[in-house]
Design a protein around this ligand. Structure first.
Ligand SMILES: [Zn+2]
Ligand SMILES: [Zn+2]
Ligand SMILES: [Zn+2]
Ligand SMILES: [Zn+2]
Length: 452
């Protein structure tokens, strides 16, 4: 879990130049480059309700203002509201002296105990609700503004189209030279008709909306506000008010259940080759992915085994672990960066990693029950280089010599590893996976200089 808890210690350099933890990176199998969340394209797949998991097309979601029609949030604490059943005694129409129980429903918040009864909403006959939405008094004005802007944008679009055709028309005159007069004439005719059309559209200016009125006078504050203590349980806070911008209730008694916001499932796409890096299953109930190219599944992961304490200008041995996510044995090389200036803000220590090839065993979920000695025999490790070997993991030594007097010790190195690209193997005739060498720059905060 160190990958997810101490994510800021070991970072890989993304192709875009940002440094990210490996669990936040993707490996594009087509360009063979690392991509982070900031250099990929985010696309909306399906909007869905996080409570009832209903998914709906984007257009419909937009029409419903991206809110679920069946689920509600508590207006007081924003928790999901639950429907509660209760029985009410109603008078029997046949016998006035008797009364029969009748099931009624209301909504309550399981977290803050707010109920629809608190604001005087009548209980409903059906469990599915039928809760009336609040009427916004400015809805007419908002709609007229929306209409106006829609017309304006249409007009602008038509004008743009027209300009495009006008430009092309000048070009068409030249075609006469090449004996294409009849073709050109026909084209010109149709274009003229088209541009006439758009001019006609343009002439119809959208009916202007009434300009908004500036409010200059406000009612003075009521006298009690200066004389009486405020009861905080009766007024709403800023968050509660702004959750419904169209009503902004100032008092707790005016809070009203809110339709739950929809969430989206999104997919990520590589900006360079336009292949998907992550694509979830269409069904919101499923937590599976159709495509998930997270770098953690393809690039060997480096972790610091245990924290070390450093002294200025003194070499210290740090043990790192390298784990292989692939189902093949992977060879890894370490390279130091030659043009190293080891006194900066980003890198302030000299590091020395094992030279030569390191082979990490393949990932095999059943291997942990196997004999570890067999693994040792298979690889015949030099104990001076490999600290330990355990299933798909090895421990290696790194010598670090800090060039600073106090603060965090930071190193940088390059790692080269084998990668079996199975995608292209599927496309090409020979089914041999293509083996490529990938190289990544790794930044690492290894520890702190010991204080005096
Ligand atoms: Zn990036
Ligand atoms: Zn819902
Ligand atoms: Zn609540
Ligand atoms: Zn790509």
């Amino acid at each position: 879990m160190a990958t997810f808890l101490a994510v800021n210690l070991v970072k890989y350099l993304c192709t875009c130049g940002k440094r990210q933890s490996i669990c936040r990176l993707y490996l594009c199998r087509h360009c063979l480059k690392l991509r982070c969340g900031e250099c990929v394209q985010h696309e909306v797949d399906t909007p869905y309700c996080p409570n009832c998991l209903e998914n709906l097309p984007s257009a419909e979601a937009k029409m419903r203002k991206n809110r679920c029609s069946n689920c509600f949030d508590c207006p007081s604490c924003f928790h999901t509201l639950m429907t509660r059943a209760t029985s009410l005694m109603v008078a029997n129409p046949d016998d006035a002296n008797k009364s029969t129980p009748k099931k009624m429903y209301y909504m309550a918040c399981g977290f803050c105990r707010w109920t629809t009864r608190d604001v005087g909403l009548a209980d409903q006959l059906s469990s599915s609700g039928g809760w009336q939405d609040q009427e916004n008094e400015h809805v007419k004005r908002i709609n007229s503004l929306l209409d106006y802007h829609r017309q304006m944008s249409q007009r602008e679009k038509a004008e743009k189209e027209r300009k495009k055709y006008v430009k092309r028309r000048t070009h068409l005159y030249y075609s006469d030279k090449y004996g294409l007069t009849s073709v050109a004439a026909a084209k010109r005719k149709s274009i003229a008709a088209m541009s006439n059309l758009s001019i006609k559209d343009g002439d119809e200016l959208p009916t202007p909306v009434e300009p908004g009125e500036t409010v200059t006078d406000f009612d003075p504050l009521p006298e009690e506000i200066f004389t009486e203590a405020v009861d905080l349980s009766k007024v709403s806070n800023m968050r509660q008010r702004l959750a419904t911008p169209e009503f902004q209730p100032a008092f707790a008694q005016n809070l009203y259940p809110q339709h739950k916001h929809l969430l989206i499932r999104k997919s990520l796409r590589c900006k360079e080759c336009e292949h998907n890096l992550s694509k979830p299953d269409f069904n919101p109930v499923s937590i599976k992915f159709k495509i998930q190219l997270i770098a953690l599944n393809h690039v060997p992961e480096i972790r610091i085994l245990s924290p070390a304490v450093f002294l200025p200008q003194k070499e210290t041995l740090v043990t790192l672990t390298l784990s292989n996510p692939s189902v093949y044995n992977t060879t890894v090389h370490f390279l130091s960066l030659d043009d190293e200036n080891e006194t900066g803000d980003e890198v302030n220590a000299k590091c020395e990693l094992p030279k030569g090839e390191l082979v990490i065993a393949r990932r095999d979920d059943a291997a942990m029950y196997d004999d570890q000695n067999q693994l040792q025999q298979e690889f015949k490790d030099d104990p001076g280089v490999i600290a330990f070997r355990k299933s798909n993991k090895i421990g290696i030594f790194m010598r670090v010599k800090p060039n600073l007097k106090e603060g965090d010790v930071k190193v940088r190195f390059r790692m080269q590893h084998e990668y079996r690209n199975t995608t292209t193997a599927l496309q090409s005739e020979d089914k041999e996976p293509q083996i490529v060498w990938l190289e990544h720059t790794v930044y690492m905060a290894v520890g702190k200089i010991q204080g005096k």
